[in-house]
Design a protein around this ligand. Structure first.
Ligand code: AMP
Length: 218
């Protein structure tokens, strides 16, 4: 089963993607995490991607497609949850082409929806652990010790793109480039809007129900 999870930055995609992958045994493909890892190890693609990521704009499709194609080659027989990919129409069409070569197509495109005011409040308080990638929110989901990861004891950090000026840019990119995926996936009859207000558990349980209702098909 192929599931695509999209929505504006800060809506909770990363958190839900990790829980859903564990619950359904999906292979999780989180484009933002992969790119941040490339940046951290100073690979050639990481150095190129960093320039775009720090400005809150999308990394060029060519770089993205290389990463996706390698992932699909290695995971062609598994159920996949795409988180943060596709992020524009060109990427969505390319994903469809790659999947159809393998006899597959997205079964569900889940669009997490939240008001921009709430998104900004979440992003400025977001922190993550650079060692295990665990996400926190200093207001709604703080660590037990001040800005220290519960899991591995490392100091939490704020993503360089979680500052308000960059957040505004990312929201604009979302409106211009990613939001049109709604119409595209509606036309493929796999679109499902998810209300992202509520507790993490409520949203998770809602998505689980939706995926279960589709899980019988390939
Ligand atoms: P995220 O962690 O999903 O918020 O992504 C962080 C940043 O990585 C984005 O602001 C983009 O610069 C880049 N990025 C993530 N996914 C993609 C994608 N599918 N296409 C292009 N750039 C991406």
């Amino acid at each position: 089963m192929i599931v695509v999870l999209f929505g504006p930055p800060g809506v909770g995609k990363g958190t839900q993607a990790s829980r859903l992958a564990k619950h359904f045994n999906f292979e999780k493909f989180s484009m933002g995490d992969i790119l941040r890892e490339e940046v951290a190890i100073r690979s050639e693609s990481g150095k190129k991607a960093e320039v775009y990521m720090s400005q809150g704009v999308l990394v060029p499709d060519m770089l993205i497609f290389e990463i996706v194609d390698n992932f699909l080659l290695a995971n062609k027989d598994t159920s996949i949850l795409f988180d943060g990919f596709p992020r524009n129409l060109n990427q969505a069409i390319s994903l469809n082409t790659s999947l159809s070569r393998l006899g597959l197509k997205p079964r569900l495109a889940l669009d997490m929806d939240l008001a921009e005011k709430e998104i900004i409040a979440r992003l400025v308080n977001r922190r993550y652990c650079p060692a295990c990638n665990r996400l926190y929110n200093l207001v709604s989901n703080p660590p037990a010790k001040n800005e220290i990861c519960n899991q591995c004891g490392k100091p939490l950090i704020k993503r360089p793109d979680d500052h308000e000026a960059v957040i505004q840019k990312r929201l604009q990119v979302y409106r211009d480039e990613t939001a049109p995926l709604t119409r595209y996936y509606k036309s493929m009859n796999c679109y499902q809007k998810i209300n992202a207000i509520g507790s993490e558990d409520e949203i998770f349980n809602n998505i689980v129900q939706i995926i279960n209702a589709h899980n019988t098909k390939k």
